[in-house]
Design a protein around this ligand. Sequence first.
Ligand code: ADP
Length: 222
Amino acid sequence: MDTILDLQQVSKIYKSGDRSLTVLDHINFSVEAGSTMSIVGPSGSGKTTLLGLCAGLDRSTSGVVELHGTKLNGLSEDQLAAVRNLYVGFIFQNFQLLPTLTALENVMVPLELRGEKNVKPRALDLLDKVGLSERSHHYPTQLSGGEQQRVSLARAFSNKPQILFADEPTGNLDAETSEKVVKLLFDLNKEAGTTLVVVTHDLELAAKTQRIIRIKGGKLVE
Ligand code: ADP
């Protein structure tokens, strides 16, 4: 199998004034294309930071992050954005939907950014897939947390990502909704071969992935 993500000696240090905080400390791991993996560990251990580095949303202080054969470290902002557009889906903990746009428009945005034409039917299809076609004209504030999360899934699926990063995808959801969301994620893995990398406190969700890595105090311990 091919490696889709490879981290070598990756560290992240936040500096403020003359103080510095090492959030990630020489992390190494790689992820096979089409596989599923979860990242677990206590709060504040660096999981969200790690996910952001892997997805090209942020940059490491040192070490190499290679995504789909491209080393992210030397890339310009535009080049990073292009890599994300081509290969990456990201589901944020707090959904990060655009509040002034409807559910449908939120899903259309990444398709339009990619320069695709006639994106409305495709966005409607995606909303249908997550069971929200009847809510397409609602604004985020008119949707429940679970519905917002499903819109954010539809948006993340829209560029048919080869790798999907999800930060606590079930964190704010009730048991029934989180089951639906988890099923959508694993269906995508099975049907489209999308690699899944999930940060979670939900041990039931973690147990469903093929591999679990544990971060503690910025170090990979397991
Ligand atoms: P986790 O996802 O495991 O809860 P995070 O990656 O969110 O952990 O945070 C790890 C540590 O990094 C925390 O101590 C947090 O306060 C710190 N941190 C995160 N982002 C920043 C930032 N932009 N500037 C300074 N410190 C940060």
